[in-house]
Design a protein around this ligand. Structure first.
Ligand SMILES: NC(=O)c1ccc[n+]([C@@H]2O[C@H](COP(=O)([O-])OP(=O)(O)OC[C@H]3O[C@@H](n4cnc5c(N)ncnc54)[C@H](O)[C@@H]3O)[C@@H](O)[C@H]2O)c1
Length: 249
């Protein structure tokens, strides 16, 4: 079940944390994985880890916000591993490069574009480059990692990020319908607060999660494997929340 041998996946922002977990899980099911990150050393290190574990992977560093770079990066991945069957849009701007943890009324317009660029344009760029080849082959899976912040209102002061993620959620629904007759599914995971090695501020928020803990990359990767597999062909246009039962914040 969920056999991915013979399939090729591209996972964006896979140099660490959630994306790295997704890349490893897809490789463990047999997929050849193009590991993207705009930090080349991260992409390289994750690709090497997969290969060391017996999988097939190459690093394809590029910035998902740059359409021409996406075209070149996908071409490099295809040359090494074959056509992309599975695209996971995981690269996200969650803080360091533009999410502004401030109330919108106090925010600087110059800080809005970063989160929209990565979380929405990044998804559109990558999807645009792979969609026609997927349609021509009659098979494809596009999975976008969004956030609960794109679905519900939070007090955290992340409205530009929510704009990007919410935009991606709407975009993916339409992508799904446009391609539903051509063997290509498009689904979104709206994920909750993750427990990540380099985050220390999450304890109080974690206590509010019904299941009683923050998420692990494997919690998300398991769902990606299902959505990437042939068995999920009747699932498209969905936004699935994976968040330990959170309904509000
Ligand atoms: N961490 C959380 O609590 C949380 C919650 C909800 C949603 N998410 C979403 O889940 C996804 C993964 O989150 P994470 O915490 O693992 O993120 P992270 O910031 O730890 O890792 C993201 C990776 O993406 C890369 N990246 C960023 N911008 C890029 C670009 N323009 N092009 C290519 N690579 C780029 C970064 O270099 C980094 O290695 C993101 O889309 C994030 O918005 C995370």
């Amino acid at each position: 079940m969920f056999e991915l041998m013979g399939r090729t996946a591209l996972v964006t922002g896979a140099g660490q944390n959630v994306g790295a977990g997704i890349a490893r899980a897809l490789a463990a099911q047999g997929a050849a994985v193009a590991v993207n990150d705009f930090v080349p050393e991260r992409a390289q290190a994750q690709a090497e880890q997969i290969v060391a574990a017996g999988g097939r992977a190459v690093a394809v560093p590029f910035d998902v916000t740059d359409y021409d770079a996406v075209v070149a990066g996908v071409a490099a991945a295809v040359a090494e591993l074959g056509p992309i069957d599975i695209l996971v849009n995981n690269a996200g701007n969650g803080g360091a490069h533009g999410m502004v943890p401030t109330q919108f009324r106090d925010s600087d317009p110059a800080d809005w574009r970063g989160p929209i660029d990565v979380n929405l344009y990044g998804v559109m760029n990558c999807s645009h480059v792979v969609i026609n080849p997927m349609r021509e082959r009659g098979w494809g899976r596009i999975i976008t990692i969004a956030s609960g912040a794109g679905l519900i209102g939070l007090r955290l002061g992340v409205s530009p990020y929510a704009g990007g993620k919410g935009g991606a959620i709407g975009f993916m629904r339409h992508l799904a319908i446009e391609n539903a007759r051509d063997g290509v599914t498009a689904n979104t995971l709206a994920i909750g607060l993750m427990e990540l090695k380099d985050r220390t501020h999450t304890e109080a928020l974690a206590r509010q999660i019904p299941v009683g803990r923050t998420g692990r990359p494997s919690d998300i990767a398991t769902a990606v494997v299902w959505l990437a597999a042939p068995e999920s062909e009747w699932v498209t246009g969905q936004t699935i929340q994976i968040n330990g039962g959170s309904t509000t914040s």
